[in-house]
Design a binder for this molecule. Structure first.
Ligand SMILES: C[S@@+](CC[C@H](N)C(=O)[O-])C[C@H]1O[C@@H](n2cnc3c(N)ncnc32)[C@H](O)[C@@H]1O
Length: 398
């Protein structure tokens, strides 16, 4: 049976109907007429996989990546970059509407690089095959090049097989200077390390959390800021968009701002905020990241800043009248309600909420909107070609 794709859902999948039952088809495009295999059958919905494109949508474009059909990485390589951006705006506005939040998001900051922007790749290794999991599967798709990743990552990816890892996981991170950190989790012995070292700018190899070569960090640079980033510290994966995020943070901080950054990582947004603010304080749960943050304070010669290694849930008392601006850049799970309640109780004047998950962002906005008004809501295309999007929301106390 042929299926016509009607629209996208919020996970970047095309939606069609079979006998009035909804079917979600990854990698399809509204306007496609498709032959599909049903991969999952539930009471209220189906999931399918494209078997043949009978008639392509006018929105389709040639896909640059040979792995796209099977790989679980990208969702939106098959449409133009402009369509990618429009999709993301619509997705966010649909989620806001559905949750009765009356704000129309109009702006999305582009990624200057549609391809080759990522500074980090997480690979799986199974029976000697290095790659990504296929969509919704534990089958490995062998990857020799990823169009999302920067050149330094792809060059080393081609040669990784020399290590003869049979099973485990490998993460490659790179910085502005094409220096690479290799993070390997495996019980296998690593072979031919010198071959990799001779051909690539590897600054550190970390095996099972132990540094076995070089250092366990590198220094990255975004705009005029330098950041020490340890192998296990969070760092934004798209440096081109990260620089624009910094500019947006800067615009929202003035010299009377006293800033509490509750999920500060290596202190990147805290440092940017402190540049304009009276003072800033960052909290982060990962010890290496907070050590990096303290180094970054010195590296960037920024004095009006302090950091604390803690779980935010244990430092709720920090949310008090000493601060008039709170930065929230939580993991996908969002912010716990106790923190939101304390922010409201203390009547903190401004909240800058950065989120990579619109569903938890909207959940938290619904709590905050009782006392806060959305002054600004923009998107940043941090994850170009994927359905994910970064949001930046500025809230003012009513
Ligand atoms: C999305 S990242 C943002 C980091 C930073 N703002 C940046 O732009 O690089 C979220 C950070 O929150 C940290 N984190 C997660 N849960 C936390 C918690 N309960 N308390 C404190 N930090 C936490 C993570 O380790 C991570 O560094």
């Amino acid at each position: 049976m042929n299926i016509e794709v009607i629209k996208f859902d919020n996970l970047g999948r095309g939606i069609g109907y079979i006998n009035n039952k909804i079917i979600f088809i990854p990698k399809s495009v509204p306007g496609d007429i498709l032959k599909v295999d049903i991969t999952l059958e539930k009471k209220n919905y189906l999931e399918g996989k494209i078997v043949e494109i009978i008639k392509p949508s006018k929105l389709r474009q040639k896909v640059i990546c040979p792995y796209f059909d099977n790989c679980g990485g990208c969702d939106l390589l098959q449409i133009s970059y402009t369509e990618n951006l429009e999709y993301k705006l619509k997705k966010i506005n649909d989620i806001l509407n559905k949750n009765q939040i009356t704000y129309q998001v109009k702006d999305i900051i582009k990624s200057d690089e549609r391809y080759n922007y990522r500074n980090k790749i997480n690979l799986k290794v199974k029976d000697g095959i290095i790659g990504f999991f296929a969509s919704k599967s534990h089958q490995i798709i062998e990857i020799k090049n990823c169009y999302l990743c920067q050149k330094a990552i792809n060059e080393i990816l081609k040669d990784l097989h020399v290590l003869e890892v049979n099973n485990g996981a490998i993460t490659i991170r790179c910085n502005y200077n094409e220096e690479v950190l290799l993070i390997i989790d495996t019980v296998d012995e690593l072979k031919n390390i010198d071959v990799l070292l001779n051909n690539h700018k590897i600054v550190g190899i970390i095996k099972n959390n132990e540094c076995i070569y070089g250092s366990n960090f590198f220094v990255d640079k975004i705009g005029s800021y330098l950041f020490k980033v340890s192998y296990d510290s969070f760092f934004q994966i798209n440096p081109f968009v990260c620089e624009k995020l910094f500019l947006e943070i800067g615009k929202n901080i003035v010299n009377s701002s006293k800033v509490l950054d509750l999920y500060c990582g290596v202190g990147s947004l805290t440092l940017v905020a402190a540049t304009n603010a009276q003072n800033a304080f960052g909290v982060e749960i990962v010890e290496n990241a907070i050590n990096d943050a303290n180094t970054n304070k010195a590296l960037n010669k920024i004095e009006n800043i302090n950091f604390l290694c803690a779980d935010t849930k244990n430092v709720i008392d920090k949310i008090n009248k000493d601060y008039n601006t709170i930065i929230l850049d939580p993991p996908r799970s969002g912010v716990i309600k106790e923190i939101l309640d304390k922010i409201m109780e203390e009547k903190i004047a401004k909240i800058i909420y950065i989120s990579c998950d619109p569903n938890t962002l909207v959940r938290d906005l619904k709590i905050l909107e009782k006392n806060y008004e959305i002054k600004k809501f923009i998107l940043l295309d941090m994850f170009a070609n994927c359905e994910h999007v970064e949001s930046l929301c500025v809230l003012k106390l009513r």
